[in-house]
Design a protein around this ligand. Sequence first.
Ligand code: GLY
Length: 372
Amino acid sequence: MMTEIVHVPLGDRAYDVHIGPDLLARSGALIAPLLRRPRVAVITDANVARLHLDRLRAGLSAAGITMEALVLPPGEGTKSWPHLTTCVEWLLAQQVERKDMVVALGGGVIGDLVGFAAAILRRGVRFVQLPTSLLAQVDSSVGGKTGINSTHGKNLIGAFHQPSLVLADTSVLASLPPRDFLAGYGEVVKYGLLGDDTFFQWLEANASSAAAGDMAARIHAVTRSVQMKAEIVARDETEEGDRALLNLGHTFCHALESATGYSDRLLHGEGVAIGCALAFELSSRLGLCPQEDPSRLRAHLRAMGMKTDLSDIPGDLPDAAGLIALMAQDKKVSDGKLTFILARGIGQAFITRDVPHDALHRLLTEALASRP
Ligand code: GLY
């Protein structure tokens, strides 16, 4: 089956994202041209190591590349100072030099952490992203945002450090629990909503086959998502402007994640899907987008079996004022004003700092009232 290649055009930091089946098995041939000596240092987590590390080792060894691996505990807690220290000291102990290559094998936590370790090791070594979750394949492995969490909030410590290569092996998606696949799909649907109504229509028709395992549909969904992310990152690498479009649904999502304690009551991608539904509802109430768009989006999310409304989040939530207060802690607040991504229609998102407080308060009050 075809491998797609998306180029991320960032001058001397440009790189390719390969998307297709069995890329771990072919990783050696793809990584070899980037190496000065045939060895790499791989960092992963215990779940991913159990499922995929042997395949990676075999794939590298087929091209004569040896690897050492550091296996960290799975989970968001790994994106922290102690594990960053572990990574950096281990890489130094492995005698990783400026011209060597570090490999991040895992989901968003591993990609962000290892990318940051690579950014600060010897003032910056190159790294390869091998994203194993759908969320990491369509979002976090591309674009160079790396970092760890602080006690003050998520992703508050980090650096922009672009990978030298991304291999999104769509075969590994078969090992994801359905809930994780659908959470990652929250980020996929976001791309259709923010910039491409044709892609959204394609998702309406094909996303259930992709979720059921159709490889061609999976490759197309990941490729179109990565193309859109690459275009936006090329325009605005460090998020001075347009890159914020990628945060569609995220202002709501961050408040909901914070309200649910970043627990498995709500996965990040689930919060993105609910946040997108709220952003479209708000856009429609403000007369910005057609009234049928929010219901069309919710119908698609429901058809996919996804969390769609606040009523789908188990347990208690703060009231509207409490949620708005949590939104105000978002790192995208500037001069105390919230930034929202709203839409003039499906595929037509824009950035605004002018959302009337009343409309936001009413939207959340009504959304909370629909909870059982
Ligand atoms: N995940 C949003 C971004 O990369 O900008």
